[in-house]
Design a protein around this ligand. Structure first.
Ligand code: NAD
Length: 436
């Protein structure tokens, strides 16, 4: 099934079947599921901007606001040539489940523009970002919908967007009761961004790893081997914190290739070497030096099928497929990327007894720290990195425990268990509000 929105609706129906027996009033339950099967509001517009050469160009833009039953809509903005209405709708639904499983007071939304940002100059990109905020108009704001960065959108873009939002407020002379900076998260530190945001997603995944270790009796961490696909923001910080706690990170990769070091690699040295040489495959590094004789080059496909304890996809969607799921040797997968496992692969992994910690739980450290940024902006405070990361751990542990308990109670895989926790919370909020 290639349509992500159809995939998201199928998942919802599956969870609905599980939850329905728990609700006395079946009519209201069914009405809630019908409501949650589509976004509350889908905004689309063709944004026209003036290019540097004086010509004009138009770009299709979307914002899907799925549910605000639990709090303001929350979700990133993606700038990519493959953005589509169906993708944005699916991602907004998944955001509702992610914020619910993390138990933060947000709903779910997602936005995007069909554009290859590499083809735009910085000033064109800025005009497009500002045009996007104008398009959102009164549909964005600290208590309405709080966007964040996603694929190809950066803290700098969030800074332009916050600035445009503030300008709009001034023009409309709307009340300035809220800090306008709280309308966007993922901002630069100098403009209301949060300490710890960069490493939060990777670290949140390591808190999940620690919970698994407790339950699996992984006492000698040096014996637990980990392979990570993707050595960007999420992959690097996952590697860094796992290594710091004593786990053995044996392989990492980027879009070009990967490196395998049986005795365990040093993430900081590997990153330093990758920056210097541009080739991760040359970076077999322990904590003293890098020397290719310490390890060997591997391909991305080889990384996925390594004989390790934990496999961490932290790059792209749809990398674990029906073809390679049969070959995976890891007993545990922690999904740090969004949607790395196809539904067909998921079924194969479950049959093979491979435990998959789903993306909505494993990578929720990112949106949780966005929530901390919003809280700091609204209250006019600035927390230290230690304060931020100390608040993240109990949130991640609690989300994991709720999911694990559901898994133990029902015998369902962790993905279906996390969805049951999340969807139930959203439905209960709708019922409490008397919306249906
Ligand atoms: P990033 O751009 O910093 O890093 C991506 C990494 O993946 C890079 O090392 C890149 O070389 C590698 N990569 C690209 N194509 C690849 C391929 N074909 N094979 C193997 N590696 C490839 O991105 P990121 O912020 O680390 O995000 C990674 C994933 O995590 C994405 O799916 C993203 O949606 C998800 N995620 C990120 C955050 C966050 O806070 N950054 C939060 C939640 C989820």
């Amino acid at each position: 099934m290639n349509n992500p929105y159809e995939h998201a609706v199928t998942q919802l129906k599956l969870v609905a079947e599980k939850l329905r027996p728990q609700y006395e009033d079946k009519n209201r339950f069914d009405a809630a599921i019908t409501l949650l099967s589509k976004p509350t509001q889908l905004l689309t517009e063709n944004l026209t901007i003036i290019m540097d050469d004086g010509t004009t160009q138009s770009f299709e833009a979307y914002r899907s606001q799925h549910s605000n039953a639990r709090g303001p809509y929350k979700g990133g903005i993606r700038f990519h040539q493959d953005v589509s209405e169906e993708e944005v709708k699916a991602l907004s639904m998944w955001m509702s489940w992610k914020t619910a499983v993390a138990d933060i007071p947000y709903g779910g939304s997602k936005g995007g523009i069909i554009v290859d940002p590499k083809k735009l100059s910085t000033s064109e990109l800025q005009r497009l970002s500002r045009a996007y905020v104008r398009f959102l108009g009164t549909n964005v704001g600290p208590w309405i919908d709080v966007p964040a960065p996603d694929v190809n959108t950066t803290p700098e873009i969030m800074a332009w967007m916050s600035d445009e939002y503030e300008k709009m407020q001034e023009e409309n002379e709307t009340e300035h009761l809220q800090n306008p900076l709280a309308a966007f998260t993922g901002k630069p530190l100098d403009l209301g961004g949060s300490e710890g945001r960069a490493e939060a997603t990777g670290l949140g995944g390591v808190y999940v790893l620690e919970e698994l270790a407790k339950r699996n009796g992984w006492n000698r961490k040096k014996d637990i081997t980990i392979a990570i696909q993707g050595f960007g923001n999420v992959g690097y910080w996952f590697a860094h914190h796992a290594d710091k706690l004593g786990y053995r990170v044996v392989a990492v990769s980027d879009s070009k290739s990967g490196i395998y070091v049986e005795t365990g690699l040093d993430p900081a040295k590997t990153l330093e070497c990758k920056k210097a040489t541009g080739k991760i495959s040359e970076c077999a590094c322990d904590n003293k030096h890098c020397d290719i004789s310490l390890g060997k080059e591997i391909s991305n496909e080889e990384l996925l099928t390594l004989d390790v304890d934990v496999l961490v996809p932290a790059a792209l969607e749809n990398v674990i497929t029906a073809e390679n799921a049969k070959l995976i040797k890891a007993k545990t997968i922690i999904e740090m990327a969004n949607g790395p496992t196809t539904p067909e692969a998921d079924a194969i992994l479950e049959k093979r007894g491979i435990m998959v910690v789903p993306d909505i739980l494993a990578n929720s450290g990112g949106v949780s720290t966005s929530y901390f940024e919003w809280v700091q902006n609204l209250s006019g405070t600035h927390w230290s990195k230690t304060e931020v990361l100390d608040k993240l751990q109990p949130l991640m542990v609690s989300a994991f425990e709720k999911t694990w308990n559901m898994h133990e109670k029902t015998g369902d895989a962790l993905r279906l268990s996390a969805y049951q926790v999340a969807v139930k919370r959203v439905i209960d909020s709708l019922l409490l509000r008397g919306k249906i």
